[in-house]
Design a protein around this ligand. Structure first.
Ligand code: HPA
Length: 236
């Protein structure tokens, strides 16, 4: 039966779901990666597709922007559709001086300024971490040219408001980049005993805006991250 935010039937989703933020990117991934992609949900324009890659079932669905949106979709996928793993594939702003635009970041863990995980365990600072099995599969699939970095990111609630000096301080602590969804997705996976991973392409650098990506580059440079995400989706 459909959920409030997903119009699919039971069995419509594969055990693994790739999740870009943008539903149109979900559609492009479905049609480039899968031979037989079919639309399984389009509630509120949040497109979801299921098909096969090398004969193995895979789904792809948009998560929307921000931790509340991602939490709604991932919760319903885990709770109502038997999904076992979600792999976020998106972009991030670079923070560490070790990462460059076009590099790939595998988010081992995600700091956050959001209260969504604090709400789960009041009084504690929840460690939002990825599935080790998925990390291993993704990293094993990477080649030298993919410029992959494995480490922490921060999932912020605000895109446009950042406390003065915070980005520089995070860079000092080795934080690789910033997105707006990973910490909450890791929290939902912990809640349901399922697996999650976030793989991001660096689209711009917060401490050096001279090399930000064009919209066209975002699509082509995205392919390296996608290869890692598919490997994680099919991890043994
Ligand atoms: N925040 C800031 N810059 C960014 C982000 C973000 O979430 N994603 C890509 N660039």
């Amino acid at each position: 039966m459909a959920t409030p935010h997903i119009g699919a039937e039971p069995g419509d989703f594969a055990p693994a779901v790739l999740m870009p933020g943008d539903p149109k990117r979900a559609e492009r991934i479905a049609h480039t990666l899968m031979d037989d992609a079919r639309l399984v949900t389009d509630v509120r324009g949040m497109l979801g597709f299921t098909g096969t890659v090398d004969g193995k079932p895979l789904s792809v669905m948009g998560s929307g922007m921000g931790q509340p949106s991602a939490t709604i979709y991932v919760t319903e996928l885990f709770r109502e559709y038997g999904v076992e793993r979600v792999i976020r594939v998106g972009t991030c702003g670079g923070i560490s001086r070790d990462v460059s635009v076009g590099d790939v970041v595998v988010a081992l863990g995600a700091h956050t300024d959001s209260s969504m995980n604090t709400f789960r365990l009041p009084g504690l600072h929840f460690s939002a971490v990825a599935s080790y099995d998925l990390i291993r599969a993704a990293v094993d699939a990477a080649s030298e040219e993919d410029n992959v970095h494995v480490g922490t990111i921060i999932s912020r609630d605000h895109f446009y408001l950042t406390p003065d000096g915070q980005t520089e301080r995070l860079a000092k602590y080795g934080v690789l980049g910033v997105d707006m969804e990973a910490a909450a997705m890791y929290g939902v996976a912990a809640e349901f005993g399922k697996q999650a991973l976030t793989i991001l392409t660096v689209s711009d650098h917060l401490l050096d805006h001279s090399k930000d990506m064009s919209a066209e580059d975002r699509e082509t440079k995205f392919q390296g991250a996608l290869k890692l995400a598919v490997a994680a989706a099919f991890a043994e």
